[in-house]
Ligand binder design. Structure first.
Ligand code: GLN
Length: 245
């Protein structure tokens, strides 16, 4: 009898620890408002962080955030250093060959940021031919920059460095995600730079997991559905973007 109770208790505790596993989530925390360092609290915060925490919670998991370079995220998934990526990562066919994405959770797009003094000569993407362009390493902005004819492309580890290079007259344009460029401008109230009106390509962000971990992808998709249905997604969206979708 006693043995049976012990076995049952053991089984129950094993079961609890199996469902409440801690997910190691990789991010690249220089990408406000999606993931960035809250300097006061000394912790990583942002839309993606709130989202992955809420989704993981709905799926019975806790989350531990690990910061790393953007170009290190997919290799870290593939070598099991992390379980998931929450890094405003665009779902692209090329990445889909390497990792498994969840359903999209945010619609984005690329924009061009220039110095206002160049607005007479750089009016649209076509004018970027032969220009000095900056982007963040390993990103869709970098891929797009590399497709522009005769462009002189400089890649930085973070988009913040690319913005700084633009302002100091290094590059003539930064190619980056629209919501991140808009957030950067709104925060700094900087009227020496401007966004070109044209949005290049619609992009969708997804959370990524290893292809070997289809179970986790399914759990995260279910969690995403749950927080969309119970209003939590809207709350998080409102907190970071000021309006609901
Ligand atoms: N969405 C872009 C990409 O996936 C940029 C992401 C990022 O820099 N965090 O390439």
């Amino acid at each position: 009898m006693k043995k049976q109770i012990l076995a049952a208790l053991l089984g129950a505790s094993l079961c609890v620890s199996a469902t409440a596993a801690t997910l190691n989530v990789g991010t690249e925390a220089t990408f406000a408002p999606f993931e960035f360092m809250d300097e006061e609290k000394r912790e990583i915060t942002g839309f993606d962080i709130d989202m992955i925490k809420a989704i993981a919670k709905a799926a019975g998991h806790e989350v531990k955030i690990q910061n790393m370079g953007f170009d290190g995220l997919i290799p870290s998934l593939q070598t099991n250093v992390i379980d998931a990526v929450a890094a405003a990562m665009t779902i692209t066919p090329q990445r889909q060959r390497a990792v498994k994405f969840t359903e999209p959770y945010y619609q984005s797009g690329l924009v061009v940021l220039i110095n206002k003094k160049d607005e007479g000569t750089i009016k649209e993407v076509a004018n970027l031919e032969g220009k000095r362009i900056c982007a963040q390493i390993g990103t869709t902005g970098a891929m797009m920059a590399n497709r522009i004819k005769n462009a002189n492309v400089t890649l930085f580890n973070s988009v913040t460095e690319a913005f700084m290079d633009l302002k100091s007259g290094g590059c003539q344009a930064v190619l980056n995600d629209k919501p991140v460029v808009e957030f950067y401008l709104a925060r700094r109230n900087d009227d020496t730079v401007k966004i070109l009106p044209q949005v290049l390509e619609a992009e969708y962000y997804g959370f990524a997991v290893s292809k070997r971990n289809q179970k986790l992808a399914a759990e995260l998709n279910k969690g995403l559905e749950t927080i969309k249905a119970n209003g939590e997604y809207d709350k998080i969206y409102q907190k970071w973007f000021g309006n609901t979708k």
